[in-house]
Design a protein around this ligand. Structure first.
Ligand code: ADP
Length: 545
């Protein structure tokens, strides 16, 4: 017997329809490429998203065809999120930090029909447009009178002229909730990028989950600042969750330095911000160098790579801002776990609470996690046994776009996504990443977590960023070394840093050497790029060898 409740498909258009009707005057504020601040409301956004849908109809872009964006976080990008997906097309968000050749590759792989770009990225478009035969129209996200001239790009139009030619009398269509909604390629540090193709259902369920109190805890009282880019895993779903909750949204545009982010937080009363650790490091540096305080910010979601405990402490102790440490992946939409305490932990001494909060956290309903050994057997949740981390859930990928399925079946026939991370899980379900599988350092048959070694260095006041990698060793297989970029003007010697490790980790885990570098190489999503670091250090020899 079926239940007798209304069966409405979970569609992305339902989010904007809701926000327009129930939070129509909640604000969306964007720093624009032009430098100024733009502000309008969900009501305006919904109207213009309908114009986007009509502009695509006018071009006869078919259902499920891909429409690409190459853009910063801003209101026009959010209009594309709703206008493209809501009208049953697929929004393909492209990471502008990829190499132009990779960009051309993914545009061709996705067979994008239209590509909308911020004018900042004009040089990229000029470099790739003649290698992208599927693109029928190039849209510069600007006013008509700011359309760049003499670009050599055929079929180029300004966004405002493109949507301005349309009315907003459009009804969001109903269709199957499993229809594809958006496409994001992994950054592909090895091999070609792989596409994660999200559905309306997975996106809406993810948006619900993200709003939960034990996840991002987003409500109509929040003003949220997604620093995490809309071109990478849909800015962790924040543009959807914000509409679902009716939260004010503040977009930083291209200005991601500590000063600009701080000023935006203060001016707009931001309560919650989300981003990768490198961005927050810049913010903390700015705030501490200038003796500033936060007046509205109460929490930051930090994830994408391990958040150093020193950063969690600094936010909490010096500024009263709670850090929510999150873990996820492009293939998981991206949220997989987040660290918040349980009721039973409330009476624990603070340092024990902090130990839990430093972990990547607990899964929430909608995602399940497990760790397995090399034979695929599940490992105990004892906080010590480590294994390959596997995930399954409503918003976890089952196959790559035009690719194969990476899932591994368990004895009940359920498919689990192998994350490529190595982790422990404690009896309360708190998961801790020790490493990416490929970054684990194997020394004398034991594993050393590069993240642990980095976290210790990052707690030294002279260290701006640190990356730990394994170097070949004839006796131990590998030994760790730590590459360090110092804070500007700071003094630090190899011996001082090695001494700093004493008492903080087992002796045999202390790096064999410190290599000072100008900067740790970062990848397209702001994470440390260890492949590049290994390449830079290919002639390096461990001391004494
Ligand atoms: P890519 O850069 O490969 O496209 P994703 O953005 O999908 O990557 O990154 C997913 C990976 O990032 C995870 O598998 C994990 O290794 C790493 N990661 C994400 N969040 C955290 C975290 N909080 N701590 C440690 N590693 C993390």
């Amino acid at each position: 017997m079926l239940g007798l409740m209304q069966n409405q498909p979970l569609l992305i258009s339902s989010l904007i329809r809701f926000a327009e009707r129930h939070h129509g005057d909640a604000e969306i504020v964007s720093r624009r490429v032009e430098g100024d601040l733009h502000r309008y409301t969900y009501r305006d956004l919904a109207r213009r998203a309908r114009q986007v849908a009509k502009a695509l109809d006018a071009m006869k872009v078919a259902a499920s065809d891909r429409v690409a964006s190459l853009a910063w976080n801003g209101y026009r990008h959010m209009e594309l999120y709703y206008g493209v997906s809501g009208s049953e097309r697929v929004l393909h968000t492209i990471n502008p930090r990829l190499h132009p050749e990779q960009i051309a590759w993914i545009v061709n792989h996705a067979e994008d029909q239209v590509l909308c770009f911020d004018t900042t990225f004009l040089p990229i478009i000029q470099a790739v447009h003649d290698k992208c035969p599927t693109v029928r129209k190039w849209i510069a996200l600007c006013d008509a009178d700011r359309l760049p001239a003499d670009t050599g790009i055929p079929n180029l139009e300004s966004y405002e002229a493109w949507i301005g030619a349309q009315g907003d009398d459009y009804d969001w269509p109903d269709f199957d909730e499993n229809t594809a909604s958006s496409l994001c390629y992994t950054s592909g540090t090895t091999g070609n990028p792989k596409g994660a193709l999200y559905s309306h259902r997975s996106t809406v369920l993810h948006a619900f989950a993200a709003a939960l109190p034990d996840v991002m805890n987003i409500s109509a009282r929040d003003a949220i600042l997604p620093v995490v880019p809309m071109f990478h895993v849909n800015a962790w779903g924040t543009p959807y969750t914000a509409a679902l909750a009716g939260a004010k949204v503040v977009f930083p545009g291209p200005a991601l330095d500590g000063k600009s982010i701080y000023e935006l937080i203060e001016a707009e009363g931001v309560t919650m911000a989300a981003g990768v650790p490198t961005v927050w490091q810049m913010l903390l540096n700015h705030v501490s160098a200038n003796g500033l305080k936060f007046h509205s910010l109460n929490r930051t979601i930090i994830g994408g790579s391990a958040c150093p405990p020193a950063m969690i402490d600094a936010f909490q102790d010096q500024y009263g801002v709670t850090v929510l440490h999150a873990w996820g992946m492009t293939e998981m939409s991206p949220l997989g776990s987040l660290s918040t305490l349980k009721n039973k932990h409330l009476g624990l001494p603070r340092d024990e609470q902090m130990k839990l909060l430093q972990k990547q956290g607990r899964a929430f309903h909608g995602v399940d996690l497990k760790i397995v050994n090399a034979e695929g057997q599940e490992q105990p949740w004892d906080g010590k046994s480590y294994g390959d981390l596997m995930a399954r859930g409503h918003w976890v990928l089952h196959s790559y776009y035009k690719g194969s399925s990476p899932l591994v079946e368990d004895e009940r026939g359920h498919g689990w996504f192998p994350t490529g991370d190595v982790a422990t899980i404690d009896p309360d379900g708190f998961m801790q990443i020790t490493d990416r599988t490929k970054d684990v350092i194997k020394s004398g048959g034991e594993w050393i977590s590069s993240i642990d070694i980095e976290n210790i260095a990052m707690a030294h006041p002279a260290v701006a960023m640190a990356a730990c990698i394994g170097m070949p060793h004839p006796k131990w297989d590998e030994r760790p070394i730590i590459a360090v970029a110092k804070k500007p003007g700071a003094e630090l010697t190899r011996e001082e840093l090695l001494k700093f490790y004493e008492g903080k980790t087992a002796k045999w885990q202390i790096p064999d050497d410190v290599v000072f570098v100008d900067a740790i190489p970062l990848g397209a999503t702001g994470k440390m790029l260890k492949t590049k670091l290994r390449e830079d250090l290919k002639d390096y020899k461990l001391p004494g060898l």
